[in-house]
Design a binder for this molecule. Structure first.
Ligand code: UGA
Length: 440
């Protein structure tokens, strides 16, 4: 196996896997992607990215059928690549805090059975500490070749910026058990390392923990500012000014300190819960018990948003037409997993309101999960006749709304700015009752 330009594979063509496969092709590697879902593979072969992510479709088209191809066959995958990246999902177990590792276990086992020569299997999925050791044992047990090895390389990309984060990551973390594995990983990321990306080479447990520690820190930062928002609401203070003022301290920093409806998505919520569950198993639950509070602060923001809306419509949602702007868990994504916006929309609908949702990209996904809500075809259609408007995902289209122009479309000028992105002075001057989280 040459270390200059190893051939790569990606197992699991979900969000992380497709992005990784396409970006590695863009970096000049030959890449083969596998999924057990034949429909997904058929779409990818046709050049269709099955979710919304800026820049990804163009790059897929550029490399598809050339340096990048797709299969459902593990034997073909094992034959076609030297380094395999496992990118399958680790969702929250139904009704429990822990992560569901079935897909990880099945991917490692299925691949291992076909490894007939020296190869490296690299876990990228976010997993509880201790998983990599088990996967390494699994590969030793199942691989026909004695030279199949495991490494762990957590991924830190953000949805909406996935391409940029993969091509120019802040850092690379390599959890390895041998120098050979490190050499292979350095070869697999050579163009990124040459651009100056720092590399942390470490053991399995540290590599696994880096990922959950990073997401726990980010979740804590968001919940910290949202806890301050609760205090601001009780004192008449303004949390956005507070965030700006404390954010000037470079030790604190303003990034990820945006107060509002809080975090959602397929990562932060389930990662902190899985961390709490794993810490419990390890007997160190006290060390991360604050994460329960982080989770609770986050969920309280959703309930508070429902309450603020209720204030604006005089205490009852019965028969009120409510426009919810945003369904995705954040802008520039069509991902609705644990979406705060949809949670609020559904809660208000349960209280008797006639809820109309609009999102630039997440409508189909939202409709599948919440068929009981109405969906508008455009922003204007969504606002038509509204008694209350809630901005819950800060898409550029919503931030740019002209309060005077849309004031003529709605029935009543009531707005809840769930993401603190509108200018209260301008909106109030245009005759709106403006309310936001953490602001007078
Ligand atoms: C997050 C991490 O940021 C990535 O580094 C990580 O790789 C990824 O999870 C993962 O584990 O795969 P992502 O879920 O794409 O990325 O989204 P974020 O940008 O972190 O936003 C998460 C949520 O926090 C969103 O709902 C967002 O609206 C909210 N948020 C973010 C705030 O409420 N306030 C902020 O200041 C920032």
């Amino acid at each position: 196996m040459t270390t200059e330009r190893p051939r790569l594979s990606v197992v699991g063509t979900g969000y992380l896997g497709v992005t990784h496969a396409v970006c590695m092709a863009e970096l000049g590697y030959e890449v083969i992607g596998l999924d057990v879902d034949a429909d997904k593979i058929a779409l990818l072969r046709k050049g269709v990215v099955p979710f919304y992510e800026p820049d990804l479709p163009d790059l897929l088209e550029k490399h598809n059928g050339r340096s990048l191809r797709f299969t459902t066959d593990y034997a073909e995958l094992a034959e076609s690549a030297d380094i395999h990246f496992v990118c399958v999902g680790t969702p929250q177990l139904p009704g429990q805090y822990g992560a569901d590792l079935r897909h990880v276990e099945s991917a490692f086992a299925s691949l291992a059975r076909h490894l007939t020569r020296q190869s490296l299997v690299v876990g990228k999925s976010t997993v509880p500490a201790g998983t990599a050791v088990r996967m390494a044992q699994l590969v030793r047990d199942l691989a026909p070749s004695p030279d199949a090895e495991v490494a762990w390389n957590p991924e830190f990309l953000r949805e909406g910026f996935a391409v940029a984060d993969t091509l120019r990551p802040d850092r690379l973390v390599f959890g390895v058990e041998s120098e050979w594995a490190e050499t292979q990983l350095r070869a697999a990321f050579a163009p990124v390392i040459d651009q100056g990306a720092p590399v942390v080479v470490t053991d399995f447990a540290t590599a696994e923990l880096v990922k959950v520690a990073a997401n726990s820190f980010l979740a804590t930062k968001i919940s910290f500012i949202n806890a301050m928002a609760e205090v601001c609401e009780a004192t008449g203070a303004d949390v956005t000014q507070l965030a700006t003022a404390i954010g000037y301290d470079p030790r604190i920093g303003r990034r990820f300190l945006a107060p509002g409806l809080g975090f959602g998505g397929g990562c932060l919520p389930k990662d902190i819960r899985a961390f709490i569950a794993r810490a419990g198993e390890l007997g160190v639950d006290q060390a991360v018990s604050f994460l329960r509070e982080v989770d609770e602060i986050n969920l309280r923001r959703r309930a508070r948003t429902v309450e603020i809306g209720l204030d604006l419509v005089d205490g009852s949602y019965q028969g009120i037409r409510v426009t919810v702007l945003g369904a995705a868990f954040k802008p520039d994504s069509d991902d609705i997993r644990d979406s705060p916006a949809l949670d609020v929309a559904a809660a208000i609908s349960r209280q008797g309101a006639d809820v109309v949702v609009y999102d630039p990209h997440a409508m189909d996904n939202a409709r599948r999960l919440h068929p009981e809500l109405d969906y508008a075809v455009s922003l204007d259609a969504a606002l038509d006749g509204a008694d209350l408007v809630l901005l819950l995902t800060e898409w550029a289209e919503f931030r740019a709304m002209d309060p005077t122009a849309i004031g003529g479309i709605v029935r009543q000028r009531n707005v809840v700015d769930g993401r603190n992105v509108l200018d209260p002075v301008v909106w109030r001057a245009a005759g709106w009752h403006y309310r936001a989280l953490g602001r007078p």
